[in-house]
Design a protein around this ligand. Structure first.
Ligand SMILES: Cc1ncc(COP(=O)(O)O)c(C=O)c1O
Length: 364
C-alpha cells in the first residue's frame, strides 16, 4: 500500500536522536514549559528569521491566541480563504469575530483582488493560508494591508521551510501560525503549534494567553487558555528541525518527477509554482475532471490519495449562515483537486508506481 505518510520509516531513520531526546526529557523531571520548549522556540525563530516564537498546543490555537493578543473580538472582521482546514476559520469564530470569505486564485490561494472588494470599517486583518506549503502572493498582501492599514496574518500551518523571495514564510505578517500535527513537514508525535512574530508586545501577550493569562504564577492579567507546547514534543521538534530542509528537498524532488510525468497531459492540471518562491510541497495537488473515479481506481491499485479539501469552509454545515455564498473558484477546486502521495520516505519505486497508475487511469 502506498500511503500519504510513512511515520514508522521516518522514526526509524532518526531513532537514536529521537530516543535520546525523549530520554533527556523523561529524566529531567520537567514536562511543561521548560528548557526544551525555550530552546525549540529559539531554534525555530532563528530558522525562520524572526525575533520570537511561542510554542502552543496546536496550529488552530496559535492563530486564535495571536488574534486574542491583537485584541480581536466580537464586531471585528477578518478576511480569509474558504479553501483551507476549517481550523483557519474556527480560530476567528471561536473568539467571537467574523470570518469573511474571499475567493481563491489559480494557485488555490486567497486572492488579494477579491479581498480588497470585501474590506469594510470592521475589517481588522487579512489572513491568507500558504496552502499546500506554497507561499501566497505576499507582495500583493503586504501592499493591500499597507494601503488599508490592516494587519497581515500568515497561516503557515502547512509551510515550514517555504520561502518567498529568499525569506522564510512566517516572517512577513504581524504574526504567523504553525501547526506541528504529525502529518506536517515539521510534525510532532502528537499535537503542537507555534506563533512567530517580530513584535515584542504581541510576544508577551501570546506567552500570557497560552498559560491562563498569567504573567507571573497565580496572577492572571487576562483570561487566557491552556495551550502549552509540552517538553516531549519540543524535544522531538528540535531533532526534526535539523532534518527539515533535507526532507523538504526530497519532497521537491518527488514533485519534480510528478511534474515531468504529468505536465503535458491534457487531462491533468499540475500545480503551478509561483516565481521567486521555494515550495516545500506539503501536498502535491493535481486537478482532474473525474476526480472521484480516479480516487477509487487508485485505491484499487493500493495507492492512497486525499482531497484537501472536499468542502469549502463556507459550504460546511457548521457555517450554515455562509452556505449561500458563491465563491466559484473555491467551489470548482474542491470538486477536482486530488493530493497524490508525497513524503520524504517514498521510494523511487513508489513514485514510479504512482506515476504509472495515474497515467494509465487518465489515458485519453
Ligand atoms: C492551513 C491550516 N491551518 C490551521 C491548521 C490547524 O492546525 P492544528 O491541527 O495543529 O490545530 C491546519 C491543520 O490541519 C492547517 O492545515
Amino acid at each position: 500500500m502506498i500511503l500519504a505518510n510513512n511515520f514508522q520509516t521516518e522514526y526509524q531513520s532518526i531513532q537514536k536522536e529521537i530516543d535520546d531526546a525523549i530520554h533527556r526529557v523523561l529524566t529531567s523531571g520537567w514536562y511543561i514549559l521548560g528548557k526544551e520548549v525555550e530552546q525549540f522556540e529559539q531554534e525555530f525563530a532563528q530558522y525562520l528569521g524572526v525575533k520570537h516564537v511561542i510554542g502552543v498546543g496546536n496550529g488552530m490555537e496559535a492563530l486564535q491566541i495571536g488574534l486574542m493578543a491583537m485584541g480581536i473580538g466580537p464586531g471585528d472582521e477578518i478576511i480569509t480563504t474558504p479553501l483551507s482546514a476549517v481550523a483557519t476559520a474556527l480560530a476567528i469564530s471561536n473568539i467571537g469575530a467574523t470570518p469573511i470569505f474571499a475567493d481563491v486564485d489559480e494557485y488555490y490561494h486567497l486572492d488579494p483582488t477579491c479581498v480588497e472588494k470585501l474590506i469594510t470599517k470592521k475589517t481588522k486583518a487579512v489572513l491568507p493560508v500558504h496552502l499546500y506549503g506554497q507561499p501566497v502572493d505576499l507582495d500583493g498582501f503586504r501592499l493591500l494591508c499597507k494601503k488599508h492599514k490592516l494587519a497581515l496574518i500568515e497561516d503557515a500551518a502547512q509551510a515550514h521551510g517555504a520561502e518567498y523571495k529568499g525569506r522564510k514564510v512566517g516572517s512577513f505578517g504581524l504574526f504567523s501560525a504553525f501547526s506541528f500535527y504529525p502529518t506536517k513537514n515539521l510534525g510532532a508525535f502528537g499535537d503542537g503549534g507555534a506563533i512567530a512574530t517580530n513584535d515584542d508586545g504581541l510576544r508577551d501577550s501570546c506567552s500570557m494567553i497560552r498559560n491562563y493569562g498569567q504573567k507571573k504564577q497565580y496572577e492572571h492579567l487576562v483570561r487566557g487558555l491552556n495551550s502549552r507546547l509540552d517538553e516531549l514534543q519540543a524535544a522531538v521538534l528540535r531533532v526534526k528541525l535539523i532534518h527539515l530542509d533535507e526532507w523538504n528537498e526530497k519532497r521537491r524532488n518527488i514533485a519534480q518527477k510528478y511534474n515531468e510525468a504529468f505536465n503535458n497531459h491534457l487531462n491533468i492540471s499540475t500545480p503551478r509554482e509561483r516565481s521567486n518562491t521555494v515550495h516545500p510541497y506539503h501536498q502535491y495537488v493535481i486537478s482532474v475532471e473525474s476526480r472521484d473515479a480516479l480516487i477509487s481506481e487508485l485505491r484499487n491499485k493500493n495507492i492512497t490519495t486525499l482531497v484537501h479539501y472536499p468542502i469549502p469552509i463556507h459550504r460546511q454545515p457548521c457555517y450554515a449562515e455562509y452556505n449561500n455564498l458563491d465563491l466559484p473558484k473555491s467551489q470548482f477546486a474542491t470538486k477536482n483537486i486530488l493530493s497524490l502521495p508525497i513524503h520524504p520516505f517514498m521510494t523511487t519505486g513508489e513514485v514510479g508506481q504512482v506515476i504509472k497508475e495515474v497515467l494509465n487511469l487518465t489515458k485519453l
